[in-house]
Design a binder for this molecule. Structure first.
Ligand SMILES: [Zn+2]
Ligand SMILES: [Zn+2]
Length: 781
């Protein structure tokens, strides 16, 4: 149409001519418009650009990045990173009329066309920024046809995107030589900063590279680049794009940079977060703390190598913000010999004893226990499950506090049985324990001793709730993690009691040879050692931080010296000592709904008039047990103290009353075994009618006098059951006069007998007893 117009100019322009011309122009314009619409439908615009995944720290600095699938550094420049200076410089250099043309600059094309014909040479400059975007999206050989397609695509781009978005696409796609694409990659690799921090001189230097990427290589041809840069700066001065002062400063700026490398900090977390598929992942990592934690971990693991301990993982949560500020997946990512690329922080491992604080906290809230409550640490057997303590010893009567401090196993198993492990599993599931949730139908009492799968991420998250009055808030790994799950794990008073116990320093698991410096901040912590000494855990917290430490081998091999106390806790202390060096010494305060009371030290119950030794104990009013101590009972006995009586058999006179401490048969068995003296209640009057009236338990299995042939290779256990009077709530089984087990009257028990005659006795809680005998022979079946 342009040429038609020029042609018509030769004639005298008449009104008739004008009308005809505009009519034709109108038809042609409508035709072109319809053609564009049609082509737009047939050849829709595709702008799927794959960007490099970028990981930033809490300040938005790039701390890790990944190549695209086509092996390019193509980092996405966010709109906010396009500074006015960057925009102004690029537009002044590339496309002055960017904001006024519709994607194609008709006048520039006309001029280029004219120049090509007149001078028979190719001149560039007709490509708008939009057309350059079109070319970068679909690279083609340079010819007239490609130019027309680019123009069509440019119109499509303008129709779909704002000018700001098109400029952003341009800045993201412009090639800077080698595998570097986009201004962000270039500014990161050449200037180690984000594009919004580039100076005028730097932007200008970068902007000339795309023109001749192979001959203008930063680091190799810096002199040539400065020459070219300054040409453009002078042109900007002539065109008054920038002030004289700005130009003078830019001209004076040296260019000494070389191509650098992309940082690869927090490799484990970066890789994990990359799987989410976003091109920009803003973590909450505090790089300073991260680097310190990495160094401490690396040095520490090096010091443990002689013990055949080769790896560790660490997570640090800032308790005030709930953000994960450090994440060390292994003691050295580049350590290929010991699997340094394995992420130890998200690996599923056995937790050892680290779940015990949660168990006791929940038991406080259920009104089952208080810190000074006495429980028995003696051999137990739950349907074939007979847990042992870490040192394979039993401690008899212990307080809950002592049991947690010493990480005793039997009190923990008993408490879990009392609480119900379903409740415990549910609580862990609520706190994002994935493997526990998955295995919920397979788990049982052993999970409290580490018989389940957890990760350092999960455990550190759980412990951070102890620093937050018992409220779990899922730790924020990225700045987009704003939808926080809030779960009340334990109440504020239970949390305070647990923290009080876990912050005692005179503990058996205080690391050997640890020289506490005066700066060591106060912390509460719990250790754990998994079965086979494969995993050492120590997780600690105070008001400021929760730090989780795992030490072990990725190969899964245990080490004889590996234990939470001696291997993981020293690293935990070192980390607290460094990260929380300027601790404000603020500690947790006793919540209003946590009270203190006097209890009997022998039971932990409310003292009766007979209790002589009293201690102070924390408790939850209206929740904690309020039973009065009843471990002493007045018994009627004969004058010589050889026989005891009940109301129905006591003689008219000739008896006396005496107070006895009641000791459960299982504790009596424990005392007997350890030769610990205690005052026994004399046996019940053998002439007592109540016993002979048949109120003693009836043993229904096995039958009295039965002969058993038992397979030597696979001995099958014999079932014990009994029938009792209605007033019985507990029965005690004895095998050959040795205490075996206590149970509820209706409950089945099992035991594997020894060869020969076996005496089986069942005593009820009123002291009534029944004995039977069986014969056992071991044979090869
Ligand atoms: Zn008492
Ligand atoms: Zn009696």
């Amino acid at each position: 149409m342009y040429f038609a117009f020029v042609e018509n100019m030769k004639f005298r322009i008449t009104k008739k001519h004008m009308t005809r011309f505009f009519k034709r122009l109108g038809i042609a314009a409508i035709g072109l418009f319809l053609l564009f619409i049609l082509l737009n439908l047939i050849f829709p615009l595709k702008t799927n650009v794959e960007y490099s995944t970028i990981i930033t720290d809490k300040n938005g600095e790039v701390i890790n990045a990944y190549l695209t699938k086509d092996q390019k550094w193509r980092m996405k420049t966010e709109l906010t990173e396009i500074s006015p200076l960057l925009r102004k410089t690029i537009i002044a250099k590339e496309d002055k009329y960017f904001y006024s043309h519709p994607g194609v600059n008709v006048f520039a094309i006309g001029r280029a066309f004219f120049n090509n014909i007149i001078h028979l040479k190719r001149t560039s400059g007709a490509s708008t920024i939009t057309m350059q975007v079109a070319r970068a999206l679909e690279p083609r050989k340079r010819n007239i046809g490609s130019k027309l397609i680019e123009m069509f695509r440019a119109l499509q781009l303008e129709m779909k995107y704002s000018k700001g978005e098109i400029l952003q696409l341009y800045l993201n796609l412009v090639p800077y030589g080698g595998n570097i694409e986009g201004v962000k990659s270039a500014s990161q690799l050449y200037f180690k900063k984000n594009p919004d921090h580039l100076s005028l001189a730097e932007i200008t230097a970068l902007s000339i590279i795309p023109n001749r990427p192979s001959s203008l290589v930063i680091g190799k041809n810096n002199g040539l680049i400065i020459e070219e840069r300054n040409k453009w700066l002078h042109r900007f001065a002539d065109e008054k794009v920038f002030t004289g002062k700005e130009i003078t400063d830019a001209l004076a700026e040296p260019l000494t940079t070389v191509r650098g490398t992309v940082p690869h900090y927090i490799p484990h977390l970066s890789y994990k977060l990359k799987q989410q598929g976003n091109s920009l992942i803003k973590t909450n990592i505090d790089l300073n703390t991260q680097l310190k934690a990495e160094k401490i971990t690396e040095d520490y693991v090096r010091s443990q190598r002689l013990k055949n301990i080769k790896n560790a993982a660490v997570i640090v949560i800032d308790n005030r913000t709930n953000k994960v500020i450090s994440y060390v997946g292994s003691s050295g990512f580049s350590d290929t010999l010991d699997g340094g690329q394995v992420n130890g922080a998200s690996a599923i491992r056995q937790p050892g004893s680290t779940l015990k604080p949660l168990l006791y906290g929940m038991s406080f809230d259920e009104g089952l226990l208080t810190p000074k409550m006495i429980i028995t640490d003696v051999a137990v057997n739950y349907e074939g499950y007979a847990p042992e303590n870490y040192d394979e010893k039993f401690n008899g009567y212990v307080s809950v506090e002592y049991a947690l401090e010493h990480s005793l196993n039997i009190p923990a198993v008993k408490s879990l049985k009392l609480l119900g492990y379903e409740k415990f599993i549910q609580k862990l599931s609520n706190c994002n324990f994935r493997q526990v949730q998955k295995d919920r139908n397979k788990l049982g009492l052993s999970m409290i001793l580490g018989g389940c799968g957890t990760t350092l991420e999960e455990l550190t998250g759980l412990f951070s709730s102890f620093a937050n009055e018992g409220v779990y808030i899922s730790p924020a790994y990225t700045q987009d993690d704003t939808l926080h799950k809030r779960v009340t794990v334990i109440s504020a008073p239970a949390c305070f009691m647990i923290t009080d116990i876990l912050s005692q320093v005179n503990r058996p698991d205080f690391p050997l040879n640890w020289q506490a410096t005066e700066h060591m901040p106060k912390i509460a912590w719990k250790t754990g050692t998994s079965y086979g000494r494969r995993d050492a855990w120590s997780i600690g917290y105070n008001k400021n931080y929760t730090i989780g430490v795992w030490v072990g081998n990725f190969s899964g091999v245990g080490a004889p010296d590996l234990s939470g106390a001696n291997v993981a806790t020293p690293l935990l202390f070192k980390l607290f000592n460094t990260i929380d060096y300027n601790n404000d010494k603020e500690w947790f305060t006793q919540p209003a709904d946590c009270d203190i009371r006097q209890v009997c030290s022998e039971t932990g119950m409310i003292p009766s008039e007979h209790c002589t030794s009293l201690v102070m104990d924390y408790f939850e009013p209206l929740i904690s047990p309020s039973k009065v101590c009843n471990n002493r009972q007045e018994i009627m006995i004969s004058a010589d103290e050889k026989i005891s009586y009940c109301k129905s058999c006591a003689p008219q006179n000739g008896y006396k009353k005496k107070w006895y401490k009641l000791i459960e048969p299982e504790m009596q068995a424990y005392f007997d075994e350890k030769n610990i003296a205690y005052e026994r209640i004399p046996p019940h009057n053998p002439d007592c009618e109540l016993i002979f009236k048949g109120n003693a338990p009836m043993i229904s299995s096995p039958a009295n006098g039965t002969e058993y042939l038992i397979n030597k290779k696979d001995p099958e256990p014999i079932q014990l059951t009994c029938k009792t009077a209605n007033d019985v709530s507990k029965v005690y089984w004895y095998i050959n006069n040795k205490f075996y087990k206590s149970s509820n009257p209706g409950e089945k028990q099992f035991f594997v007998p020894e060869e020969g005659p076996v005496k089986i006795s069942c005593t009820d809680d009123k002291g009534r007893n029944r004995d039977i005998w069986i014969q056992v022979k071991y044979v090869n079946l």
